[in-house]
Design a binder for this molecule. Structure first.
Ligand code: ADP
Ligand code: MG
Length: 229
């Protein structure tokens, strides 16, 4: 319990800082991108193409960090509505199907019922699904199957996302969701923090089952009876 309190305190502070910093960085970034494009069109591009590749890949990286940060920024008019989570998941899977094909990953789905209506913020839930699905894909460099199930039990809807990746050692499980915790060369360590935060705001919680060498399952529990607010 104490551990959980500490975690969400940190999240609030990070969230408030995030909004300010993200906006401050966005503007100069836009200018940089514009001038680099101008430069690219006015010099012998073939001679410098490697430099331009590095510049654009690094700029994209900054952009993805900023975008993940901005999701944390509270004021962004959050509006809860009654929505079908199954539909939100289907849309997310469509959105990610190109990346999955490219990485040799198949999505397998088990939806217990056709519809699962929840009071939620659909854009934010989609972001949670994207973050966890992305991790599942990234953890299977040779491809594999990601299994997505949605079911309902004891006033909660459970969304489970299972991969066949390397798994997570037990002593690392508690690090999940900590800001900047990443084991990837090009990771931001923000995706899970954002996801935990969003699920917490929905009065839900996330559990992780993992077996090293076999794979990992993320279970997202969302309450069915979240009071309208
Ligand atoms: P990032 O993906 O940028 O590293 P995340 O917050 O999404 O940041 O994930 C943090 C870390 O949690 C990852 O670097 C990885 O070590 C671990 N992780 C998350 N999802 C999985 C998974 N499905 N299998 C194994 N490890 C995972
Ligand atoms: Mg990630």
């Amino acid at each position: 319990m104490e551990e959980q309190l500490k975690k969400s305190d940190t999240l609030n502070v990070v969230g408030e800082l995030a909004a300010g910093i993200a906006h401050e960085i966005r503007n100069p970034m836009t200018a940089l991108k514009g001038f680099i494009q101008l430069l690219q069109s006015s010099v012998d591009e073939s001679k410098y193409s490697m430099y331009f590749d590095v510049i654009s890949s690094e700029l994209n990286r900054i952009e993805s960090i900023i975008t993940e940060f901005l999701v944390l920024a509270k004021p962004q008019a959050i509006s809860y509505e009654k929505k079908d989570v199954t539909k939100i998941m289907k849309e997310t899977l469509d959105l990610m199907s190109a990346q999955a094909v490219l990485e040799n990953v198949q999505f397998e789905t088990f939806f217990a019922s056709e519809k699962e209506i929840l009071y939620c913020e659909p854009k934010q839930l989609k972001q949670v699904f994207i973050n966890i699905l992305k991790n599942a894909i990234e953890v299977m460099p040779k491809g594999g199957t990601v299994t997505i199930s949605i079911s309902e039990k004891n006033d909660y809807v459970t969304i489970s996302i299972k991969d066949q990746g390397i798994g997570i050692p037990e002593d690392k499980l508690k690090k999940l969701g900590e800001p900047f915790y990443t084991t990837k060369d090009r990771g931001t360590g923000l995706g899970l923090m954002v996801s935990y935060k969003i699920v917490e705001e929905h009065k839900g919680y996330i559990e992780v089952d993992s077996e090293v060498g076999k794979g990992t399952t993320f279970h997202i529990y969302l309450p069915k009876n979240l009071n309208e607010r």
